[in-house]
Design a protein around this ligand. Sequence first.
Ligand code: BGC
Ligand code: BGC
Length: 822
Amino acid sequence: MQSGTLPETGASTLASAEATPAAGVADPAIWPEYDYPVTVPAQDAAMIAGLLSRMTLEEKIGQLVQADLCCVTPEDVRRYNLGSILVGGNSGPDGNDLAPAPDWLAAADAFYAESVDTSDGGVGVPIIWGTDAVHGHSNIIGATIFPHNIGLGAARDVGLIERIGAATAREIRVTGQEWTFAPTVAVPQDFRWGRSYEGYSSNPELVASYVGAMVRGLQGPPNNQDLLSGPYVIASTKHFLADGGTDGGVDQGDSSISEVDLRDIHGLPYGPAIAEGVATVMVSFSSWQGVKMTGNRSLVTDVLKDRFDFGGFVVSDWNAHGQVAGCTNESCPQALMAGIDMYMAPDTWRDIYDDLLERARGGEIPMERIDEAVTRILEVKARLGLFEAGAPSTRPLAGDYDLLGAAEHRAIAREAVRKSLVLLRNDGPLPLASGSRLLVAGDGADDIARQSGGWTLSWQGTGIDNSHFPGATSIWSALDAAMEEGGGTAELSPDGSFTTRPDAAVVVFGERPYAEFQGDRATLALDAELTGPYETMRNLQSQGIPVIALMITGRPLYVNPALNTADAFVVAWLPGSEGGGVADVLVGDAEGAPRYDFSGKLPAAWPLTPDMEDGALFDYGYGLTYSSPARTWQELPLSDTASASDSRVWFADGLPAAAWSLHVTDPSVPTSQIRITTVPATALDGRVSVTAVNHVVQEGARRFDIASGDAAMSLSTFNPIDITREANADILLLFTLKVDEAPESAAIAMGAASGEMVENAVELPATGQFVRYGLPLRCLRDKGLDMTSVQAPFVLETEGGGDVSLAEVRLGMDAERVLPCS
Ligand code: BGC
Ligand code: BGC
């Protein structure tokens, strides 16, 4: 491997600089030098030069643009000569992200056919299709779902990583795609970050040791050519750079770290990626020292392309160009000039295309930059063997649907699950004797979507159930099968109740699926609404039944109450489709001798408290085994997690979140506004009475009995919020409301810090039931509200009296009833 030599850090190089370097501008001289191992064969170079000389400016610009399946047709691909398409988390063939595998291959053929159509006189460069196969071919029903990267980090097995990469590449090839947006080589430093599970570890060395293996598994050996004639796809290391280093763990945020830390922590994994000839690099949404990476020429061009010698092409992230200073989603020549070769412009590709074309024609963008970007893209396509490969369905492995979830791939995934489990406590109940009686409890026991996490079939990993995972095994069914094999029995009982007293109980609990910024949290506490199974553990324990807590999670979290209560505690991370790996280790033979020992070690420190200031409960690398004696348990201190609220929950259990307040106003008389702090209360000269009513918990909702006239119930915050990303990602404003008497008319309004207000009329019929309504944020954005500074994101306006009860207001996707934009 061409391991670069690290120059002396800090003092000598940085301090010798004449002036203080400008914030966000890198000094390439302090970065290691690598050698990209891929050589472009002479005949490819000649072919590409020939193509370039024949391509029109329009054709060249088309190659620089990538559109999402949501928003592009095969005809568009022909007409605009687009270089690539992608399938975002919520997209799929014909608008169906849950489409069966053959539809994906058919779509690949359709796009390919139009891309090589030369009837309009063009050169017809074949298209490449990128997908987030980030833990297996995870957009496809029936594919093997491997543990998310954090679990692989726990497994500490480089060889396994390469086999996972190879199996994933084979499954991708079945449905005709050529490119995966993986591996994520983030080195998360703050696990409040919602994408922490996409990183292998907080330890740069561990991440670096895996990256090359994953790239090799996906692409084959470093200078591999003609990938499509073998079982390979091209990889993309992402997100360059320091996606896992943002201050406070804020997704798409800013990393204010020094350049030396940027290099030594977040830059480290790029060395082995380049040594393995990774074909593409995806640039991060985030910033370094206030400068968005997508516009940072010093890092993308001077460090990555020049110093690191990266010879593939650079792709930006989902409309990330729109966040660069001076840019919009529709226009951003700055990204190209910074070194981006391909724009991920999912729904904005037409605008980006038109804009680049116009600026190129006007001479604003130099032809050399365009030619360089196009050449890089064509070189990668040539390396794939794309020009000779023919239609996707005619290539090796295509249409071989038995390979999706093939037994040998599932066996690798199961091995990965086995190796990723981390044992934090065992006072004796493990391994379970398979000749005994087991109770399996907890809300996560029989839920494959839950054990798979985000980026599984849908973007957030939500909206799916076990029926979407043919051939997969839930933790419950794996435990059941293992017990039966040993002559014992297992009973599934989510709430822990039982008829026959069990010898032991496994309680499966933990996080629910999320992706990207939807997973950002204010603290490291497990969300309060997910701690219900603690009570189940306590109940079982108080009856003298040994309890094994099994946690599904994308990150280490404060769970001291569970650690204290349970007799054994196992972290399963996000294991994916093969629950069998869990049973392999937890369940021993009939007498309870282990079949497999634990070998997983923590990929990051485990917190002692919800805020990280108090250090680790368990250090990086911790993990018990059956053969090492368990330590005596010392009761852990408990922290108050009441304040540990999710920043996207503004009103829960009838109460506003911290820094939020609930008001009642008559919209035509602003001075009528009163803040509701205690109930019962009256407002608007007695026209409105506010009381507490039950919902889920006692007094879990607020009832507004409005005798007559106009009224507005609103939630506002002292610190205006920026919900631009959420609006762009089609997230809903969710509110759980019971209508006992319908108002004559109603609207949901939203107010900006500037005082500006927009409203969306809604129908709220009286049902007498709590209903979780969802209004797409974009309805309000499209009416012109400034989403960067929202003060009152929820205002319920009613006319003519009514009787409504409000339980919860938050952001999310899981509405029971989605309301239309008016
Ligand atoms: C994510 C990337 C992903 C891309 C395509 C972005 O929002 O940040 O990791 O590859 O979408 O789905
Ligand atoms: C994700 C896409 C997803 C989209 C939803 C993006 O940020 O990366 O994969 O489909 O949001 O709008």
